[in-house]
Design a protein around this ligand. Sequence first.
Ligand SMILES: [Zn+2]
Length: 174
Amino acid sequence: MKKKKCFNCKKLLDVSLFYKNKSRSIGIGAWCKECTREYNRSYCKKPEVKAKIQEYNQRSDVKKHRRRYMKIYRNRPEVKKRFKEYYNKPRMKLKRKEYRNRPEVKAKRKEYLKRPEVKARKKEIYQKNKKNIKKVIRAHKKRDPEKIKEAKRKYYQNHKFESLQRIREWERKN
Ligand SMILES: [Zn+2]
């Protein structure tokens, strides 16, 4: 294996430990990967550089371009597949569940769903996909009726007070 001395740490290292750099005659960087990484890390941590990066990321044209690129990227079949696999990992599912169940997240979501424009959009989406949604629910019910029964029972146990209150309120009105 070919070895090369890093200009920064002065260690004699395997060439695979250097980044490729086409602008240099030997085709690899002067610093080893570790030194380059370390340099980039400390460079990005400088307040003035941090501010510059932030400013760049906030630019509307940059955002727009990035959004457009992400859309194209995420729609690539192999990327879609990878994302799906990632999101369906049990560990990720659990993580999402834990996040959703955090009281502050729950409260925020409740507030969000109360917003009239969100409600309207939800209704619109439901109207548009009514058939499909009903189909999915039906399939879900068929797949595991016991599980659903159990979930309903648990929900009732946890929301007993609220449901009783709702029933009482309804009775008062009628
Ligand atoms: Zn080095």
